[in-house]
Design a protein. Structure first.
Length: 343
């Protein structure tokens, strides 16, 4: 009796083509571009210690954050890969001020999809060899195909995403994605350069024992968040929970989805709207979380139902095991000051 052969990412996309309500050929090409770019970025990340690509680049991005050298490299790699497959009419990146218009084919602008991307989430961790990742979000354009892409193609609610996912560059490299029919993870075999299905039908447990938050900002947190953290730390029932915070959203999310837990990046004094970007980070992760049986909110409202108003808009983010997120919301709703801030 032989083991069933592993299924590749390409085979999986073809096998599940009926789950995707749009053209599977286009999705396949799009995911193929992301897969190729992920392998190239993985190579760069893995040689970061021996090549001069660690540290700061010397520029700041549109959010005023210092760009790392690998931020710029990863951004270029993904934009190049996505723009050459004639399947994307526009790209928005956390590292770019404005949208990038892509002309495809003889007639130009005929592609139906736009991609929003955080090319290298957690890049400041590169210098210390901690897991980093790429986050991507895919929408169908709302403007007329054949015309130049516009900002409204990108400012769509998260509920309109047709696919989203992330790549985690860690002890192994994985692509985890959803098209609205569950979440599946694929691990890269570096000897063959092929992603194989390794984590089928990934699910959050309803309850977890991990809470992930930057407790260095505790004193600045809203009272409701402070009260929830105290609840997590209390010696009662199945508590205290374990505190685990890597500082790389992809890594923290990935661990919590597998083990059960909650990730929190609330508003605080220095960041009244939180720090994470709605379009590049929160929407794709919220889509994944819900497809895996979890929950994602800004403390009061479902992330996927928020109407974006800016390309680089920030929101507070609470995401993870359903019962843990709802308990956090309960504490937040009891804090009138924070409730008033978020309507």
């Amino acid at each position: 009796m032989t083991d069933k052969p592993l299924q590749t990412l390409g085979e999986f996309v073809i096998d599940k083509q009926d789950d995707f309500q749009y053209s599977t050929g286009e999705l396949s090409r799009l995911l193929s571009a992301i897969r190729l770019a992920a392998k190239v970025v993985n190579r760069e990340v893995n040689k970061a210690g021996i090549a001069d690509i660690t540290g700061a680049h010397g520029n700041t991005n549109v959010q005023g954050e210092e760009q790392q050298k690998l931020d710029v490299i990863a951004n270029d790699i993904f934009i190049t890969a996505l723009s050459q497959r004639e399947v994307v009419c526009g790209i928005a990146s956390e590292e770019n001020d404005d949208i990038i218009e892509i002309k495809c084919g003889a007639n130009g602008h005929l592609s139906k999809y736009v991609v929003l991307i955080d090319p290298l989430d957690g890049s400041s961790n590169i210098d210390v060899n901690v897991s980093v990742g790429t986050i991507f979000s895919i929408y169908r354009r709302v403007t007329e195909p054949g015309t130049p892409v516009k900002i409204e193609d990108f400012l769509q609610k998260g509920t309109e995403q047709v696919a989203a996912g992330y790549v985690i560059y860690g002890s192994s490299t994985m692509i985890v994605y959803t098209t609205g029919n569950g979440v599946n993870g694929f691990t890269l075999d570096p000897s063959l350069g092929i992603f194989y299905l390794s984590h089928p039908n990934m699910k959050y447990s309803e309850n977890g024992k991990i809470y992930s938050v930057n407790e260095g900002n505790y004193i600045k947190f809203p009272q409701g968040v402070k009260n929830y953290i105290k609840y997590c730390q209390a010696q009662e029932g199945d508590r205290p929970y374990t505190s685990r915070y890597i500082g790389s959203l992809v890594a923290d999310f990935h661990r919590n989805m597998i083990k059960g837990g909650i990730y929190m990046y609330p508003s605080y004094a220095n960041a009244p709207n939180g720090k994470l970007r709605l379009l590049y980070e929160c929407n794709p992760m919220a889509f994944l979380a819900e497809q895996a049986g979890g929950k994602a909110t800004n403390g009061y409202k479902r992330i996927l139902e928020l109407q974006p108003t800016e390309l680089h808009q920030r929101v507070p983010f609470f995401c993870g095991s359903k019962n843990m997120v709802e308990k956090a919301e309960e504490f937040m709703s009891q804090d009138e000051e924070t409730k008033a801030m978020h309507g």
